[in-house]
Design a protein around this ligand. Structure first.
Ligand SMILES: NC(=O)c1ccc[n+]([C@@H]2O[C@H](COP(=O)([O-])OP(=O)(O)OC[C@H]3O[C@@H](n4cnc5c(N)ncnc54)[C@H](O)[C@@H]3O)[C@@H](O)[C@H]2O)c1
Length: 256
């Protein structure tokens, strides 16, 4: 499929997991992709994989928790490709723990990266998206990776759940504000996906296993980054031209 031919995309969290899968998929569909991550080497590796496959990619170190770093990342992408049409906010952290024992720094870091980071990237990219006469026919697109944890309480993850619920609220607010100005904003709410984030399992002592029954997929498998990347590519494409403000679950039936 070549649905994104001629598009210029920036993907955060592109060094690993869902972000890397997204960068590779957008490039496969024809987009030039700026791979951004706080892990600069990993982002560069992803860009190399894209160019080795014949695609167009650049990479850069971006800390989404830092507004000036977000602005610099967007400027670098615009410089590299002559503009920007798509933003995929994938960067995020998960720091589980008993709420009563958790260091307040974990709360601030989680909100700072997952929620404020998503806002800061949107804030930096939006001036390149709004009111464009040369916008793609389906509009410019922002795709925010939230989580099933935005829609369902996940024990031992208060900050994570709050941050991801915030991402859904942010998505809907931006979608309503910019729908008439040529920008679509959607969120994806994945359930468990096999990535380095989840490979560590759940390193918290003294958890109640019964609580985890609630957050188990119904399907007898674990999702892969490619499952999420396929939905990002669709939402970025003109096929999704009538979709904005949505929060789409892709969770093996966790919330069914
Ligand atoms: N894996 C899952 O089961 C799952 C489920 C739902 C939602 N998500 C969300 O999907 C996104 C990607 O997760 P993943 O599973 O691929 O994790 P991952 O750990 O494999 O990748 C996360 C990436 O984000 C980057 N990152 C972290 N802090 C950053 C910062 N301050 N600035 C820029 N980059 C930063 C990391 O370096 C890493 O490359 C996250 O937002 C996560 O919350 C994951």
């Amino acid at each position: 499929m070549n649905r994104l031919k001629g598009r210029r995309a920036l993907v955060t969290g592109a060094a690993s997991g869902i972000g890397r899968g997204t960068a590779l998929r957008l490039a496969e569909e024809g987009a030039a992709v700026f791979c951004a991550d706080i892990a600069a080497e990993g982002a560069q590796d992803t860009a190399k994989q894209i160019t080795a496959a014949g695609g167009t990619a650049e990479s850069g170190a971006v800390d989404v928790a830092d507004a000036s770093s977000c602005a610099a990342g967007v400027a670098a992408a615009v410089d590299a490709f002559g503009g920007l049409d798509t933003l995929a906010n994938v960067a995020g952290i998960l720091r589980p723990g008993h709420t009563l024992e958790q260091d307040p720094d974990v709360w601030h870091a989680t909100i700072g990266i997952n929620l404020t980071g998503t806002f800061q990237m949107c804030r930096a990219a939006l001036p390149h998206f709004v009111d464009r006469e040369d916008a793609p026919t389906g509009g410019c697109a922002i795709v925010n990776i939230a989580s099933a944890a935005a829609l369902q309480g996940v024990p031992y993850n208060a900050a994570y759940c709050a941050s991801k619920a915030g991402v859904v609220g942010l998505t809907r607010s931006l979608a309503s504000e910019y729908a008439r100005r040529g920008v679509r904003v959607n969120a994806i709410c994945p359930g468990g996906i096999s990535t380095p984030m989840t490979a560590a399992g759940f390193p918290v002592d003294g958890i109640d296993p019964a609580l985890f029954a609630r957050i188990t997929p119904q399907m007898p498998m674990v999702g892969e980054p490619a499952d999420i990347a396929a939905l990002v590519a669709y939402l970025a494409s003109d096929e999704a031209r009538y979709m904005t403000g949505s929060a789409l679950t892709i969770d093996g039936g966790q919330l069914a």
